[in-house]
Design a protein around this ligand. Structure first.
Ligand code: SF4
Length: 287
């Protein structure tokens, strides 16, 4: 039963429960288990108070679905009740400033790998349509539709090479793809199929959709690694950041800030520093 305050895209024919004052939409065929209700309640509490939450629930209790339902329902509720608008007005409220435009608070929903992400989006497809605009950030390896690079071991390098030389016929018209995808819930395969059918690059389309998306899916490293985050122009300020299966985050964080340096390269550096030190000594003593 749709409830007042829930966007038509999310609610549809799904069942709705009021949790901490927020109408939470749950896919029609599912009745939430009690661990799911507990998780959703804690998630909504953290979202409403702007706090961090570390949520744990036993395997097989439907954590991901509960997390999606609570976060998306809270986002919708925050939007329709003007929560984000109120916060942004208070934050930058100089007299005479233009009224801020109401928009949904952006949610970054991150998983460790793309295959985990596929499962998350599969859960999302239980919702008929989204009130929010979505995108899935991924690599050229997943998204590239140029058959010239089919056998490429590094589509990222080869795409850059191609764009700086002869170009790629799929690249120029990617921007219009967002109109082809919204408002349905789509996964990487859907975007690749649409890109192939329409001769448009899904990789650049998914990237271009980030600034206009209310819901961004991606692997952890796109927000954890400062280089990738900067490259993708991902802004986390005022956003909701969800790490699904968050126990994997440590490994991703270590990878992001680690580098593999061959032993010979380290030996070369030591030799060079020694050479420079000898040179400095020579100058100091004025030989
Ligand atoms: S622009 Fe897109 S389709 Fe073309 S090579 Fe790069 S990733 Fe592949």
């Amino acid at each position: 039963m749709p409830t007042n305050g829930v966007g038509s895209g999310l609610a549809g024919e799904h069942q709705v429960r009021l949790i901490r004052g927020v109408p939470v939409v749950f896919p029609e065929s599912k009745k939430p288990f009690s661990p799911q209700l507990a998780l959703m309640s804690q998630a909504i509490s953290a979202l409403s108070t702007g706090r961090c939450a570390l949520l744990e629930s036993p395997t097989g209790t439907g954590k991901t679905l509960a997390l999606l339902c609570s976060v998306l329902s809270w986002q919708e509720h925050d939007f329709v009740t003007g929560g984000s608008l109120l916060r942004s007005t208070t934050a930058g409220a100089a007299a005479g400033e233009q009224k801020p435009k109401a928009k949904r608070r952006r949610v970054f929903f991150m998983s460790r790998t793309h295959s985990q992400l596929t499962q998350v989006v599969h859960e999302m497809k239980r919702f008929k349509a989204l009130g929010a605009a979505m995108t899935i950030i991924g690599s050229r390896q997943q998204y590239c539709v140029n058959s010239e690079l089919e056998q490429s071991k590094s589509k990222s390098d080869d795409c850059k090479q191609l764009l700086s030389s002869s170009g790629c016929k799929f690249h120029s018209s990617h921007a219009s793809m967002k109109h082809l995808m919204s408002p349905r819930v789509w996964d990487i395969e859907d975007l690749v199929t649409t890109g192939r059918d329409r001769n448009k690059c899904p990789y650049f389309a998914a990237r271009a959709m980030v600034p206009e998306s209310d819901l961004v899916f991606g692997p952890y490293n796109y927000v954890i690694d400062p280089v990738i985050r900067g490259d993708m122009d991902i802004k986390l300020k005022n956003a909701v950041l969800v790490f699904d299966e968050g126990h994997n985050i440590l490994e991703t964080a270590m990878d992001a800030l680690s580098a593999n340096v061959p032993l010979q390269a380290l030996k070369d550096v030591v030799a060079e520093v020694r050479g420079l030190a000898a040179c400095a000594l020579f100058i100091t003593h004025g030989y």
